[in-house]
Design a protein around this ligand. Sequence first.
Ligand code: SAM
Length: 265
Amino acid sequence: MAIKEKKVQNYGENPIEVRDSDHYQNEYIEGFVEKWDELINWQARSTSEGEFFIKTLKEHGADRVLDAATGTGFHSIRLIEAGFNVASVDGSVEMLVKAFENATRKDQILSTVHADWRWLTRDVQERFDAVICLGNSFTHLFSEEDRRKALAEFYSVLKHDGILILDQRNYDLILDEGFKSKHTYYYCGENVKAEPEYVDDGLARFRYQFPDESVYHLNMFPLRKDYVRRLLHEVGFQDVTTYGDFQETYHQDDPDFYIHVAKKD
Ligand code: SAM
């Protein structure tokens, strides 16, 4: 009988030196992903997001949607339930397996594609009305070249009037206010505690603590909002609107997240 070895997160001797776009493959290990899904109640997540993505997609007449960062399937499944026709992409096989299982439990069959964003058109030839890249996923790319490559691939799988919806954590706040005023983010009440453990211009290392005291990390690139908006324009998107925490009036308060809606045409 084959014994399955349990994966552990491995950042080597100097975790803050791990700044590599391929490292996401080793970060979303089973224990972390399962705990996250178990504690972050999908119903609560749907409620907090509201109808923002569904409404935006409908306003743009989207039907065929590519979920570029499927993860455990939250958005893919929600969009299928809302009547969209979804292709679910992720660069991690483990994540796609988990998403497929989650969908099966809800009587849905996911149409999954294993692909890295940077070489998306190698595996995806079809054109879509919309591409979504949500849940602070774009932050996993560590070089500007990789970011440009991924955005250019998203651009090219869109139909001429397609839209890209991409979200990001508000890193400006963390970078500008500095490490001393670091913010703790609580998900699902007090259940999951996330805080930046180390921050510089090229790395935001977050520590995630669960109620059973287990601790996981993610190394991410701290994307500035205006930098992402500039990149989107530079790869060819014509019109970029940025929302804060699902509202357009973000300049009044500091939101935790930004959502960019970029039009190809
Ligand atoms: N969108 C989901 C959500 O909100 O629950 C999952 C978000 S999770 C933070 C990020 C996902 O992006 C992971 O499933 C990871 O495997 C995927 N990912 C990161 N870098 C990638 C890349 N270069 N190509 C494809 N997938 C990537």
